[in-house]
Design a protein around this ligand. Structure first.
Ligand code: GDP
Ligand code: MG
Length: 302
């Protein structure tokens, strides 16, 4: 994806966090404890998280002590470098297993179904054969929504009726993926939080059904988080990590929020890579996360 789109969707985050810090330092023209306190406040208000903000502040302190810091530009360089350090993740590789089974989990409304369509579209654009599984059988509308996306991106959807056993849908989908020689199978799941215990045991059951047919699968469990939920997204993540295991994170709705700093918290405090970004409602509004590009976009024009 073009750098421009990431940059655009981080505009609010940039303005509410990094431009503010830059203006503050330019106005004060030195970094003392008072300025550091104010930087800390801005970082925390920007959903970067206490722990992660402390890490960045320590880096600034270290550097200021060492180099007698004296310009806003220099400060930006230090912050940029510590952010790049936090964000560094292994580069994305196209999957080699076939079928590559992806299980997508997350709370309702975070953007699971839309993100699945984006990911499927991405793989298809890279010449992969993709099918989808409608294992969110809790509401008929959820199945219809995935099927509609399937038509739009020209991708088959394995479905049963509403209220069917999700594990049965998954069983059929994995069988279809094998017999049709599919490269990537992406499974949509329900995410109703109020019956959390059931949801988590349902996910367990789904995972068992998958691994019985394809050893080592699911190859990737993607947790979808809404960036706009800020620090709450982190508590959701902890819940899913504890009970269903999470390999990577798809962070959605970066376009509508000033809370893009949450990427830093997720990466540093959870230790799970943010691999995919959602930056709008269309199938193209998607990016594979790139640490350098992201860090650059946070400081663009500052
Ligand atoms: P699910 O309940 O987790 O499956 O979520 P949906 O895929 O149904 O998405 C919920 C709403 O979020 C829909 O209106 C989507 O269009 C919207 N949405 C999903 N991803 C993004 C995104 O990256 N940016 C924006 N602005 N909206 C998104
Ligand atoms: Mg859905």
């Amino acid at each position: 994806m073009a750098f421009g789109s990431i940059s655009n969707s981080l505009k609010k985050t940039r303005e509410s966090v990094f431009s503010k810090i830059s203006r503050l330092v330019t106005a004060k023209n030195k970094i003392d404890e008072d300025v550091l306190d104010q930087i800390e406040e801005i970082l925390i208000a920007g959903d970067i998280g206490v722990d992660t903000s402390m890490f960045i502040l320590d880096k600034i302190r270290e550097q200021v002590k060492k180099e007698r810091y004296d310009s806003a530009q220099e400060l930006n360089r230090i912050i940029h470098a510590s952010i790049a350090e936090i964000l560094s993740t292994p580069t994305f590789k196209m999957p080699e297993n076939k079928p590559y089974v992806v299980l997508v989990v997350g709370v309702n409304g975070t953007g699971k179904t839309t993100s699945i369509a984006k990911l499927a579209h991405f793989y298809k654009s890279n010449h992969k054969k993709v099918i989808l599984a409608a294992a969110d059988t809790f509401r008929a509308a959820a199945i219809e929504q995935l099927c509609l996306w399937g038509e739009r991106i020209n991708c088959d959807v394995i479905r049963h009726q509403a209220n069917a056993d999700p594990a049965a849908v998954v069983f059929d989908a994995v069988s279809a993926a094998i017999s049709r020689s599919v490269d990537v199978l992406i499974i949509d799941t329900a995410g109703r939080l109020h019956t959390k215990v059931n949801l988590m045991s349902e996910l367990e059951k789904i995972k068992k059904v998958i691994s019985r047919q394809v050893t080592e699968a699911p190859h990737e469990v993607i947790l979808v988080l809404d960036a706009g939920n800020g620090q709450n997204a982190l508590s959701q993540a902890r819940e899913f990590i504890k009970t269903s295991g999470v390999d990577s994170i798809f962070l959605t709705k970066l376009d509508g929020t000033a809370k893009g700093g949450i990427v830093l918290s997720i990466q540093r405090e959870l230790g799970i890579p943010v691999r995919y970004l959602g930056v709008g409602e269309k199938k193209e509004d998607f990016a594979i996360f790139d640490a350098e590009e992201f860090a650059k976009a946070l400081f663009e024009g500052i």
